[in-house]
Write a protein that binds this ligand. Sequence first.
Ligand SMILES: Nc1ncnc2c1ncn2[C@@H]1O[C@H](COP(=O)(O)OP(=O)(O)OP(=O)(O)O)[C@@H](O)[C@H]1O
Ligand SMILES: [Mg+2]
Length: 524
Amino acid sequence: MDETGKLFIGGSRNPDDSLNKAEYLDLKFGNRHGLITGATGTGKTVTLQILAEGFSRAGVPVFAADIKGDLSGVAAKGEPKDFLAKRAEQIGFADYDFEQFPVIFWDLFGEKGHRVRTTIAEMGPLLLSRLMDASEPQEGVINIAFKIADKAGLPLLDLKDFASLLNYMAENSGELSSQFGLISKTSVASIQRGLLVLEQQGAEHFFGEPALKISDIMRTANNGYGQISVLAADKLMMNPRLYATFLLWLLSELFEELPEVGDPDKPKLVFFFDEAHLLFNDAPKVLTERVEQVVRLIRSKGVGVYFVTQNPLDVPETVLAQLGNRVQHALRAYTPREQKAVRTAADTFRPNPAFDCAEAITNLGTGEALVSTLEGKGAPSMVERTLVRPPSGRIGALTDQERQAVIDKSPVLGLYDEDVDRESAFEILAARAKQAADAAAAKKAQDELQTAPSAGSGETGGWTLPGFGTGGDDGGSDRGRAQPRRTGYQRETVVEAAMKSVARTVATQVGRALVRGILGSLKR
Ligand SMILES: Nc1ncnc2c1ncn2[C@@H]1O[C@H](COP(=O)(O)OP(=O)(O)OP(=O)(O)O)[C@@H](O)[C@H]1O
Ligand SMILES: [Mg+2]
């Protein structure tokens, strides 16, 4: 049923229950994002699966979090079942067949897939603060920590790097505060406690090297199918903040790394954000705004983002407005909040005179949904009551053995499975501390020999950090060696840049006034 350039979603029905027409997602609008919503057990995961399968078949790589493990079945050929055959028949799906899809399993904890890591530096201060649920003063200290690391050439790769930097900051807070702004010892201490909590939650697995390369989630298989990256998220979900921060980081990485492509024939990657409410739950306003911005801008990089959640009210309106392709499964409408959700969901569709949208939403069966996709020049199609097609891969989880077999044949096998512990802040600071202690001892010995005090001997007037000696000493060479492959904190991620832009507003306004003045004078 897949037509060229189109992904088959299912068959819509007339009010008398007869088949109306096939419903498609136009691949050229695949980067215009989407939304899958519905109460529990209504068919969201299966819908996610048939969309992932359709994109893969069209050669589009997919990234999706697997909250309950049931999406893993997409790696296995589906098995004939009566209810699947019946559904296929209801929607006139004559060439329905089973097949397996190329899957790469990922897991932050390395248990159910290849390890996914990033470095502290690449995550950046904003997301790290969010991960630690930092208060404003703590966030200030985290920002200072990144500045110090940047200035002193200290690679922040893993949690112990960050912990040793914090120790160093606490020990030298007086001197550092005068250069970087107030470093309160109380805030440092609470961040240190926060790091311990993160470690206990298993986040230490996530920070380190080798860091995930975006190109590895954008692979296609030998048969031309897009690889479906399935992130094991069952354990990850126990720490919702880590889950949300990780996916946000990935999204901002994609945004940073991918070139502009305008509006391609089909997406370069499709990203499914399951349990999307976790992204927005008690997120600070500035973060929500940035997510909105990333979602808006990432489209021109050819990335489609599909939010999956129970309730459309989970997604802020500004983000909701950008989601062009929509599949709305059944919602309950008992409580006032539920009724509001139904109305909101109904109001976002282009109405169909054949039925009442709000009423339909509460009456939809399992695997049935209101569907509207972008068509023509990018306008939403009239909403249709649609029976979603049955998947070609298996519905339900792989066994452990099946999963292991997929992992053993994976195209990224061996690339991420071992930790690499490069020299970084932790080692450098330990070495520096020793060096500083040795130097202090030597200087003391020298001072005792000399009668006249040497005024500022060795001071070049250059910038120094406590314990780091003056610039241009022998530290220079190993600093160079220790530079990270990519210094993520120098290269601003969108989220960071956005954060800074808030602080920068005042300066920019002055700048603009200047420019305007210059133009004005030219005109005259
Ligand atoms: N398109 C479909 N074709 C055939 N069967 C379907 C379809 N969609 C859903 N089903 C049936 O409904 C069951 C539940 O669907 P699914 O797991 O997708 O619900 P869900 O909304 O993801 O639930 P939860 O919120 O609990 O994760 C499936 O296991 C399957 O048996
Ligand atoms: Mg589900």
